[in-house]
Design a protein around this ligand. Structure first.
Ligand code: PLP
Ligand code: COI
Length: 340
């Protein structure tokens, strides 16, 4: 039985739920891990995560389907991506089969926190890992903790699928050949100044360009980007310094196989922004959030789909993806994991 929460008005925020998963890495091995109701952590004042930001995370969601099942979406890809993050940050990989099982066990232990079908809310799942033992010279920690917390959330942007305004950013979120393609906490730390500044100036997000030349569109602080051309093609930026979004990769397949659209994954020059008829963000938190206006240093690029509602192509894509996630549309083999 779901908790008695005001599901329709949940913010994208954290609340303590019933259980979190925790596993510890020590002497070169992971322990078996356990579910805990302790939602706080005690670590060394000199822990690797505190001194040198040795931490990475993932984000995925659990849903209640139309026929009352609880499911999650492509956790295997989150496990793969966390492996990439861990390897890049010199952290020990938590084995994939155990990673997926831990996500499923954590959802099961919090089943009453999974929002009901049709409520507009979902259960956000946040697996993360950090260096927990002391380091003072710059080197990886010897001990790590892998945890999974869950929290019910509403839409990432206020207003749900209401178009937002973003600005082209002068600052970078990732360096060329840096860590933009992994989910390192440090990528988000360095975006905080810029997102606070954007919000102060009335923008919902920063749209980053490629850090080497500031010519090509990359992504925003927390989502990849989708464009629709006048002739109905889906275009999405290709770059080594953006996060390989699972939502974006899924949407590319949905566009091709379900909606029979032409899809281009390629560099997108910022001069092309004025030519697209629809623009949106995509990610686990954002799902698809339409962009109605892009501010390029005071020059407004008004997207033809406007500020009132999502354009027809992104709407169809969003409905198809969420239909797959919520069990209303048949999913490709292996995309939907049934929990209960
Ligand atoms: N890009 C960034 C920087 C993100 O933080 C996220 C969120 O995870 C995404 C893209 C979207 O990725 P996904 O669709 O796998 O959630
Ligand atoms: C997600 O979509 O899961 C993310 O991690 C984005 C985050 C900035 C909330």
């Amino acid at each position: 039985m779901a908790k008695d929460l005001d599901w329709a008005n949940l913010p994208f925020g954290y609340m303590e739920t019933t259980k979190s998963f925790v596993a510890n890495y020590k002497n070169g091995a992971w322990d078996e891990g356990t579910l805990t109701s302790n939602h706080s952590i005690t670590i060394s004042e000199c822990a690797g995560v505190l001194q040198y930001a040795q931490t990475c995370f993932e984000g995925l969601k659990a849903y209640t389907t139309a026929d009352g099942k609880i499911v999650t979406f492509r956790p295997d890809l989150n496990a793969d991506r966390m492996k990439d993050s861990c390897e890049r940050l010199e952290m020990p990989v938590f084995p994939k089969d155990r990673w997926i099982k831990a996500v499923i066990d954590t959802i099961k232990a919090n089943i009453e926190w999974v929002p009901p079908f049709g409520s507009g809310a979902t259960l956000y799942i946040r697996p993360y890992m950090f260096g927990s033992s002391a380091v003072i010279g710059v080197k990886p920690a010897d001990e790590y903790q892998f945890r999974i917390l869950v929290t019910p959330v509403g839409p990432y942007f206020k207003g749900g699928v209401k178009p937002i305004t973003v600005r082209l950013s002068d600052l970078d979120r990732a360096a060329p050949h840096g860590t933009g393609d992994i989910k390192a906490g440090l990528n988000y730390a360095m975006s905080l100044y810029n997102i606070v500044d954007a919000h102060k100036k009335g923008f919902a997000e920063n749209m980053y360009t490629d850090p080497a030349t500031h010519t090509y569109i990359e992504e925003t602080g927390g989502a990849n980007i989708l464009f629709v051309t006048k002739d109905g093609k889906l275009v999405t930026p290709k770059s080594n310094s953006i996060l390989p979004s699972i939502t974006r990769r899924s949407l590319v397949q949905v566009a091709r196989d379900y909606l029979h659209m032409e899809v281009e994954e390629r560099q997108v020059n910022k001069n092309e922004l004025k030519d697209f008829v629809e623009v949106g963000l995509c990610g686990t938190a954002a799902v698809i959030s339409p962009i109605g206006c892009i501010d390029d240093h005071g020059t407004k690029i008004n997207v033809p789909s406007g500020m009132d509602e999502i354009g027809p192509v992104l709407k169809k894509l969003r409905e198809t993806l969420t239909g797959i996630q919520m069990g209303e549309i048949k999913a490709p083999e292996g995309w939907v994991y049934e929990i209960k």
